[in-house]
Design a protein around this ligand. Structure first.
Ligand SMILES: Nc1ncnc2c1ncn2[C@@H]1O[C@H](COP(=O)(O)OP(=O)(O)O)[C@@H](O)[C@H]1O
Ligand SMILES: [Mg+2]
Length: 264
């Protein structure tokens, strides 16, 4: 295997149990998955099937009970300890924007650079470029309270991208938005991810969002938490919102729905 097609992220037999004995909760069981650089995959599954737990393990925030995560040939967890070097290229985004209310949009976006000691001039320049990329031009100097929910998520996305991560982990980032805002942000996320060639894992409850954005959709089931199926999305890129009206796409939604309910 050459370096170019070596897997970017390898999830190898990862399992997680919280608690012990009678109180033990099996949050995720024996998950195995390979992703190539620039892949976009979605995790689709009912509440409580371990999606957030799996993202947290990949991000190095949670220790797996079994198995291994390898990002760019480095193990995220070594002998039960987090390896700092391996987790550095990873950014995460959540359902809530988690912006600091007393900072401006640009200051929020630039915060990861500030924590890394990047100079003020460079931070400001990069934050401005990213604000423009995510459609926040003209809003750099306002506080988050002046923004709509969709714009806050744009700021949150810009903050996740400012460190030029190799891996982007998105935990239901658009779950609280209205359908139209979500469509717009889906289009922008798709173009930003393609441009940055970032390897992306999206957790979502929306079958349409998963099918539209992904190269592959990973279907999970609860009790016991596990991967039940990995489905290829064969739609050409670049994709536009028109794809969602296409018969082949509609068939795929039915197919994914059946897989989710175990009805196939
Ligand atoms: N820190 C924790 N301590 C105990 N149980 C947890 C913890 N985090 C998650 N769980 C449990 O693990 C299971 C999976 O949770 P989670 O990964 O949040 O699922 P999802 O994101 O798919 O809704 C749930 O039953 C949840 O209650
Ligand atoms: Mg969750």
């Amino acid at each position: 295997m050459t370096i170019e097609n070596a897997a970017d992220i390898r999830i190898l037999g990862v399992g997680k149990t919280f608690g012990q004995g009678e109180n033990a909760v099996r949050a995720i069981g024996d998950a195995t998955l390979d992703m190539q650089r620039g892949d976009f995959i979605s995790l689709l599954g009912p509440s409580g099937c371990g999606k957030t737990t799996l993202l947290r393990i990949i991000a190095g925030l949670e220790r797996p009970s079994e198995g291994e995560i390898i990002v760019r040939n480095r193990s995220v967890w070594e002998n039960g300890k987090r390896s700092a070097a391996a987790t550095r290229p990873i950014s995460m985004m959540f359902q809530e924007a988690r912006l600091f209310p007393w900072f401006t949009v640009a200051e929020n976006v630039a915060l990861p650079l500030r924590l890394r000691g990047v100079s003020k001039a460079e931070r400001e320049e990069r934050a401005h470029v990213l604000c423009e990329t995510v459609g926040l031009k003209g809003f750099e100097n306002v506080r988050p309270s002046a923004l709509s929910g969709g714009m806050r998520q744009r700021a949150s996305l810009a903050r996740a991208l400012i460190t030029e991560p190799q891996v982007l982990l998105l935990d239901e980032p658009f779950g609280a938005l209205d359908a139209m805002t979500r469509d717009t942000l889906n289009m922008e996320l798709m173009s930003v991810c393609a441009k940055a060639n970032v390897t992306t894992i999206l957790v979502t409850h929306s079958i349409t969002e998963a099918a539209f954005l992904s190269d592959r959709v990973v279907v999970l089931a609860a009790r016991p938490a596990r991967i039940t199926e990995v489905v290829e999305m064969p739609f050409e890129r670049p994709r536009t919102l028109d794809l969602q009206r296409n018969a082949e796409f509609q068939d795929m939604l039915l197919r994914l729905r059946a897989s989710l309910t175990g009805d196939h």
